[in-house]
Design a protein around this ligand. Structure first.
Ligand code: ADP
Ligand code: MG
Length: 341
């Protein structure tokens, strides 16, 4: 077997049956992730989708070590990630960087963006035994290059975060993440707070950086239209679990899980007529006390008796591509998906 065909070599990030719980006063803990597994290959773009509250941010935090796993494990390049990323200085050095919905979460409002990026460059080099002089021209050059790389104009280094537009500020946060020379970026709703034109531009920037620099990207979004335009593969989450995963083309053309179908049906169509009518009904239940059986069954138009008692696991459905899996009794029992919604 050649090295490139060794499946273990093709995994950069491995999330294995991770459970994350938040303590709650006077109640059982909130189980925000109820056993999630996924793998990301080097340079791959994985879109993670699902309604608000399904655990997307918790997954991002577990992957970057910001939320400790109650059970299960996360490994990056074969090494376990514990709570390593908890302190800001440590997390700057990780080859796995996080980009947040609010760029202010990673930028200090009281310092110029250039100073903040130089600081990451200096800390990164120090971790490798390279010391910079106090006003390192090399660090300054690298910071300017990172800002240029994300499409910010000359002079951006001398500005404070509040002097930028929302889209520019997110670009600056991405430049700061790039300065640590990451192998992977986890971007949690990175465009959701931006206006429509900045949304597409920043999403395209992340895609281009991933493609051109070989940086793996986990792009988390509740907006399936953005994810469809960007990702190689998609992971659909519902109530702390993965319910479907596969190549974007396969899932977009032939979604198998009724939840995925409902999410796709709710995406506004490009001709501007708005969402199609079969959009998802009902509310997301409390993840702290999920319904028995399949978590989706109270909202599912296809639910049968078994769905109310037995929880389905992710399995390849009949006729599905090798990397596609769905956690649905009905989809697993039926033949190839009819194609489209
Ligand atoms: P998403 O990003 O998909 O909207 P989150 O991961 O933020 O979902 O949240 C998943 C669930 O965990 C939600 O029900 C949310 O209310 C709950 N949750 C998130 N953070 C906390 C916390 N710090 N303490 C308690 N519950 C939390
Ligand atoms: Mg979130």
């Amino acid at each position: 077997m050649s090295p490139s065909s060794d499946p273990a070599a093709a995994v950069l990030l491995r999330v294995d049956d991770v459970v994350v719980e938040y303590p709650r006063k006077g109640q059982p803990p909130m189980r925000a992730l109820a056993g999630v597994s996924l793998e990301v290959a080097p340079g791959e773009i994985v879109g993670i989708v699902g309604e608000s509250g399904c655990g997307k941010s918790t997954l991002a935090r577990a992957v970057t070590g910001l939320a400790p796993a109650h059970s299960g494990s996360v490994s990056f390049r074969g090494a376990r990630i514990g709570a390593l990323g908890r302190r800001r200085r440590d997390s700057d050095l990780l080859p796995l960087q996080m980009v947040f919905q609010d760029p202010n979460a990673s930028l200090n409002p009281r310092r110029t963006v250039g100073a903040q990026i130089r600081e990451v460059v200096v800390a990164r080099d120090r971790a490798h035994g390279v010391r910079h002089p106090r006003r390192s021209p090399e660090a300054a050059r690298e910071a300017a290059e990172a800002l240029r790389r994300v499409g910010l104009p000359d002079g951006a280094a001398d500005k404070y975060p509040h002097e930028f537009s929302g889209g520019q500020r997110q670009r600056a946060a991405i430049a700061r993440a790039l300065a640590s020379r990451p192998e992977m970026i986890v971007a949690d709703e990175p465009v959701s707070a931006l206006d429509a034109s900045a949304q597409a531009a920043v999403a395209n920037l992340l895609r281009d950086l991933s493609r051109e620099e070989g940086i793996a990207l986990a792009f988390i979004s509740h907006d399936l239209a953005v994810v469809g335009a960007l990702a190689d593969r998609v992971v659909v989450m519902y109530l702390g679990r993965v319910v479907e995963t596969g190549a974007v083309e396969e899932i977009w053309n032939a979604p198998r899980h009724p939840y995925t179908r409902a999410l796709l049906a709710a995406v506004p169509v490009p001709d501007g007529r708005g969402a199609r009518p079969e959009a998802l009904a009902g509310e997301v239940p409390d993840p702290g006390s999920p319904p028995p059986g399949c978590r989706f069954h109270p909202r599912c138009p296809l639910a049968v008796d078994r769905c109310r008692t037995d929880e389905p696991v992710l399995l390849r459905a009949p006729g599905a591509a090798a990397e596609s899996e769905v956690a649905c009794w009905v989809a697993q029992a039926s033949g190839p998906a009819p194609g489209g919604v």
